[in-house]
Design a protein around this ligand. Sequence first.
Ligand SMILES: [Ca+2]
Ligand SMILES: [Ca+2]
Length: 75
Amino acid sequence: MKQLISAFALMFLAISASVLASQLNVKFAQFDINADGKISRIEAKKNDNLFKQFSDLDENGDEVLSEREFKQLKR
Ligand SMILES: [Ca+2]
Ligand SMILES: [Ca+2]
C-alpha cells in the first residue's frame, strides 16, 4: 500500500511540474505577439510589471527579451 501511495505522489509531482512549465511557456507566448521567440519593448507594454523590469531583464542589452531573460521576471 505504501508503495502505491508513493507512486501516486511521484506521479502528482511530475504532473504539477509539467503544469508549471507549461504555464511559463503560455505566459511567454502570450507576450510574444509576433511569435519570433523574443519579447520586444512594445510587446512588454501589455504588462506594467514586465515593462518596468524590461531594462533589468534585458541582460545582453539587445532591446528584446529571450525566454531565458523573461524567466527572471519578478512577480
Ligand atoms: Ca516578439
Ligand atoms: Ca536580451
